[in-house]
Structure formats: C-alpha cells, structure tokens
Design a protein around this ligand. Structure first.
Ligand code: TRP
Ligand code: SF4
Length: 333
C-alpha cells in the first residue's frame, strides 16, 4: 500500500522560535517516517501581508531551511521546496480564483481579524483577500491527504475542501483530493510572559538564539507574581516557568519541583537555573545539527532547489489534469 501524502508550509515571515519547533516542526519530522511528505516555504504568502518590504524574506528562507534540517527533516525522506520556484501554484491559484465566490473569502475569520487588528500595514489588497485560495492551490496540487496545521488554520482547510467540491461540481470531473487537517498532539509552550509565544510579542526564544541568550531568556520567564520573597510559598499552576518545566523536565522531577515551590523549599532563581539546564540539554542535538548548516546558506538553497524540481513534476501533472477538466488544455499541433 502506498503511503498517504502529507503537505504543509511555513511562511518566511520571521525567525522560528521554540514554539514553532515543539508545535509544528517536531511533528513534521515524526511524520516523515510514515507519510510521503511535502514541506515548503510559503514565500508568496509571506509577501501577501508585507509586500512593501520583502527585504527579510531571503534571509528568512535560509533560516527556515537551516532549522528544518537541524530539527531532522531530511531531503531523502521529505520533499522540501520553495513555493515561488513552483509556478504551478500561481497558475492554479488563478484558475481557482475564477470560481471562488467572494463571500467565501470575506467570511474567513483570519481575514477579518487581521484587517481589523493589523494597523501598520495595508492589507486591503487582492493578494491578501486571496491568501486562502493560494493556500488551497498549494495543498491540492499535490493531492495531499493530510495537512498538519494548528487550529488557526482550520478555516483555510475547510475552504480548500469546499473549493475542491466546487471545482468538481462545475467541471464534472474529479481531479483533486479533499485534504484533511491533521492536528498534532503537541506540547504546549507559552511565551516568556505567558501569552502565546510570538515574534511580535517580544516573548520568544528563537531557534537562532545562542545558548547564552537562551539562558538569559529562561531567567526572564514570568513566575508566580504573588511570590515576592524566597520564603513566600509559590503556586506552580500560575507560574509560566513551571509550564516550561512540564515540557523540558522529567515528570517525576517536575512534580518534586511543584511541591518544593509550594513549601518554599526551592527559590525561583534555582528553579529557573535547573530549567535552563534542561532546556539546554533538550536543545543540544538541535544546536549541534544547526551549527552544521548555519554557515552554508548555498547548500541549504541548493537542497531546496532540488526539492522544488521534484515538486514541479508532481504539480505540473495535477495542473494539466485541472486544465483538461476546465477545457483550456491546448491541443497538440
Ligand atoms: N497559512 C499557513 C500559516 O500561516 C502557511 C501555509 C501556506 C500553509 N500554504 C499552506 C500551511 C499550505 C499548510 C498548507 O501557517
Ligand atoms: Fe515558578 Fe519555580 Fe518560582 Fe515556583 S519556584 S514560582 S515553579 S519559578
């Protein structure tokens, strides 16, 4: 039996952080053992909300590739590629655009939210409205069975499925596969201040941070605000450092720490020193692997170019089927 296909993408819109590693990347790495995996850099998607300043996209692209390799993605196992090197994404996006009812796009929750909340950038563009149509093209070009994504992406997956059905109904041919979202069981990690870890909140530990920088950030994690002196009894349930312990510290020791905190027999400084040590141990293999790639942007790009050539073959086949279904395939001379 052939393996089911998995596809997912990341925007090249910022440096990756620890939350991305635990929440997405580690899951991608696990999946490459059991599935036929396609992972790509969504550089056009990154452009859709930052079209005026693309200056960081190139560096971010390399940073993504480096972190993917450091986390354990391997070109022998997964096809890793760059969206903009597979022009079929743009063509299918255009064709899907012909049949996408505008209200379907206007009601996508991320569209309305971002339009309302992002004040410093102009998002009143065709490209931004069409973001989920491009995402649908990304997915169905590869006839992906599963798409590992977070909850925030579920409406995009639903729209993708609707577009597949809509296409098949209009053109009376079955070309695409309706993809399913695959939610990962991931370890939940907050940012240093307890909010969601995010570049824009300034509360992130980046995968590119040095070991020293990471230690400094661990020391800054917000603890139980009611515990002012070391003699005050603490409450690990409201301490964000303890949320980190739950991820990085063996369960038995984490339980001990919780009771030592409650009885004020461990201080926050010692507690976070121990945490920093555990985070460092967890990250050591990643850091070592990262060090191998970080000075070799040329090789990383080459790897992504080779993956893109493989992706183009698959994408071209599907696109040809879609064009034939619509009836715009050009007959041979
Ligand atoms: N929208 C996704 C995000 O912001 C990135 C993305 C683009 C994607 N195309 C995709 C994810 C296709 C999965 C499948 O995270
Ligand atoms: Fe948090 Fe540890 Fe301080 Fe308790 S001792 S409040 S768990 S940092």
């Amino acid at each position: 039996m052939s393996k089911k296909r998995v596809l997912s993408g990341m925007q090249s819109s910022g440096k990756l952080h620890l939350g991305n590693l635990l929440g997405a990347l580690e899951n991608w790495v696990r999946m490459q053992e059991d599935f036929d995996c396609y992972y790509f850099v969504a550089d056009w998607h990154a452009l859709s909300s930052n079209y005026e300043d693309a200056s960081e996209l190139k560096d971010n692209l390399v940073d993504l590739g480096v972190n993917w390799l450091a986390a354990g993605l391997r070109p022998e196992k997964s096809v890793m590629f760059i969206q903009s090197l597979v022009p079929q994404h743009a063509v299918l996006y255009l064709l899907l655009g012909m049949i996408t009812p505008l209200p379907w796009l206007e009601r996508v929750p991320s569209y309305k939210e971002k339009l309302e909340n992002v004040a410093n950038r102009d998002l009143y563009t065709h490209g931004f409205l069409g973001y989920p149509v491009l995402q649908a093209a990304d997915i169905i070009l590869y006839k992906a069975d599963f798409v590992p994504v977070g909850v925030d992406q579920l409406p995009h997956l639903e729209l993708t499925r609707e577009l597949v059905r809509h296409f098949h109904k209009i053109y009376k041919k079955t070309v695409f596969t309706e993809p399913e979202a695959k939610m990962a069981e991931v370890k939940k990690l907050p940012g240093l201040d307890g909010r969601k870890m995010s570049k824009s909140y300034g509360n992130a530990i980046f995968l590119s941070d040095s070991a020293e920088e990471r230690d400094r950030k661990v020391a800054m994690i917000v603890t139980d605000p009611a515990r002012v002196r070391k003699t005050d009894k603490g409450n690990p349930d409201v301490c964000h450092a303890f949320s980190f312990h739950k991820v990085f510290t063996p369960a038995g020791r984490a339980a001990e720490i919780a009771s030592e905190c409650r009885s004020a027999t461990i201080g926050c400084v010692a507690c976070k020193k121990e945490l920093a040590k555990n985070v460092a141990a967890y990250m050591a293999p990643f850091d070592a692997e990262r060090a191998k790639w970080v000075g070799k942007p040329g090789q990383v790009i080459e790897m992504l170019r080779e993956g893109s050539a493989k992706a183009r073959k698959v994408a071209a086949e599907t696109l040809a089927l879609a064009e034939a279904a619509i009836g715009i395939d050009i007959p041979p001379a």
